[in-house]
Design a protein around this ligand. Sequence first.
Ligand code: IDP
Ligand code: MG
Length: 160
Amino acid sequence: FLPHLVAAMVEVEETYIMIKPDGVQRGLVGEIISRFEKKGFKLTGLKLFQCPKELAQEHYKDLQSKPFFPKLIDYITSGPVVCMAWEGVGVVASARKLIGATNPLNAEPGTIRGDLAVQTGRNVVHGSDSPENGKREIALWFKEEELCEWAPVQEPWLKE
Ligand code: IDP
Ligand code: MG
């Protein structure tokens, strides 16, 4: 491998984005997917899924000591979620910016939570907080065969 190719490869990240049950119930699936699509990231996995309690607990295991943990698990398992894997240079931090602050009242207008939600406990979408967690969460929510490696035709128009 040439060094510049290696450098370009390591910048590509993956993030796990999930539309929570309130986003699905409120008919926001298209709107939310659209924001990541229009930005120019690459979708590599997508499914509607009724999450079992054990998976929700594993996904949010870092928060298990929090007082709101039981309600969080009830919320995430209260109906189907939309699971997505997105790929791109800097996708983890950029997706967090598109999503906005955890408390939708503090989220900037123009962000998903800033535009579409009012409460932390109903904040419509999840996004991984680090490249490591992106990998961990995608492996947790998707089987290998559910993920697609593909080359979008728009790529030369997004990257010089
Ligand atoms: P994040 O989703 O912005 O990364 P985290 O702190 O990782 O925020 O919390 C995960 C999720 O737990 C939040 O998106 C929200 O649904 C829920 N949550 C966090 N803090 C509270 C709270 O104080 N009350 C109720 N739910 C909370
Ligand atoms: Mg988080």
